[in-house]
Design a protein around this ligand. Sequence first.
Ligand SMILES: [Ca+2]
Ligand SMILES: [Ca+2]
Ligand SMILES: [Ca+2]
Ligand SMILES: [Ca+2]
Length: 513
Amino acid sequence: MRFLKSLCLILIAIFSALHAPAQSITLTVATNVNISAASDDNAETAIAINPKNPLNLFAEDTWSVVGRYSLDGGVTWNTSDLSALGASDGDMSTAFDDFGNLFLTQFSSVTALQIVVGLSTNGGASFRVVYETTSKNNDQPTLVTGPSSTPGRGSVWISYTDKNNNQVIQGAPVTGFGAVGTFTTAVTVPGGANGDFGDIAVGPAGQVAIVYQDNTTTEGPDTIHMNFNPTGVGGTFGAQTSPTVTQVGAFVTIPAQPLRQIDAEAGLAWDRSGGPFQGRLYLMYTDRANTSSLDTDIYLRYSDNSGTNWSARVRVNDDPVGNGKSQFLPRIAVDQTSGYIAVSFYDCRNSVSNNTTEFWAAVSTNGGQSFLPNVKVSAGVSSPLNSAVQGTQFDYGDYSGLTFFGGVLYPCWADNSNSTGDNPDGAQNFFDMYTARVTVNTPTLLVNPRTNGNNFIVSVPNTTVGKTYYLEATPALVNPVWTTVTQAAGTGRLIDLTNSNPGAQTFSRARVQ
Ligand SMILES: [Ca+2]
Ligand SMILES: [Ca+2]
Ligand SMILES: [Ca+2]
Ligand SMILES: [Ca+2]
């Protein structure tokens, strides 16, 4: 009888954007949030989201070396206890893994420049040391997480430039929440002399790629080099390859970053989503027409064979080509629930003198073949050209932050617009660290309506973190009274909505908001 009853169930799908074309995907930028709201400077930013609890974020900046964590999706922020990690000079890099482990690497002292790796199992409230180099005088560590060649296990990787100016890398196995193994010995990647300012990515089977440029090339040109390790922790990094040349060297002076200067800021990301572009490796970098141009742009290439061959480049920023404006310090992230790509960057497109910045973001939903229209993320306009920031000689620092999960990305940047009204230094003075929640609005699909016993169940794939999915029911469609049967928060993954008492005849619909 239950099965017969199920035949009476009719499903009505209500899309979240009724008047938009069904296939359109849009980006919504929420209110800017001032993460630091602290006197003195905050610059060179990093941010990470917890895939186990996407309301949990962690952010830090190099200038203040004060970590902050959020448990409400980035609305409010608490100060982290970083005391176990030493009196740091910054250069932090941070990532959560799929177990909910939060890793943070940075210098463990102001002068010795050893590199420490901290682990937090409370969402960034506090950290303990899981590794520290004995070597000193290192530069710019990068940390990433990913799977392992052993299913169900993970890995964590750090790279940095050592005292001999070689690009080195070390990895450790991760077997669970709070369970981190021993880091392998630092090895110089083949051809890694002078390698710096790079990034790492971990592929679906635990394979690893590292990219870097040459820190002696000043204005350029330069080459983005890569090494590939097909087996992960304990495996060997093969011969150096050269995915692309760039006209942006290691220290390029632009009007918006006149003292700290910029590099190509090569970034890697690997699609492990299980989506249509599973296994695709992305390389993002800054380039320009020649080494005297100030018109830097952000580009993306991709590889479907772990870096052996690369696609033609796609321009990420969508202001007019050749307009003379600088885009710089880009960051890339892949949403591992969908395979969507986000890139965010400082952008002078609206600066008459090409020396003030907004912060912009771009999203690709087709594997990097093209990008949706760019969105301006920052509410205000920032500038490093005031005497306070010029006194730091640090401008926006060496990089910016970005994290992306469950249809939501959080760029993180240095901002002195005081658009939020709570920078203790006021406007056009020392920077604060800002973020904003950017939501990728995709059509809501209802799939696989079914019964199980007395339950009527429908699935919603690719839900969005921060949205709520309601299952509503009514016994008749004449003057219907819709009753909410159940509701569930978006997780970034597929969720089931269950009506455990559907009645003899029930019409169902889903609502998203
Ligand atoms: Ca730095
Ligand atoms: Ca440009
Ligand atoms: Ca840099
Ligand atoms: Ca500040």
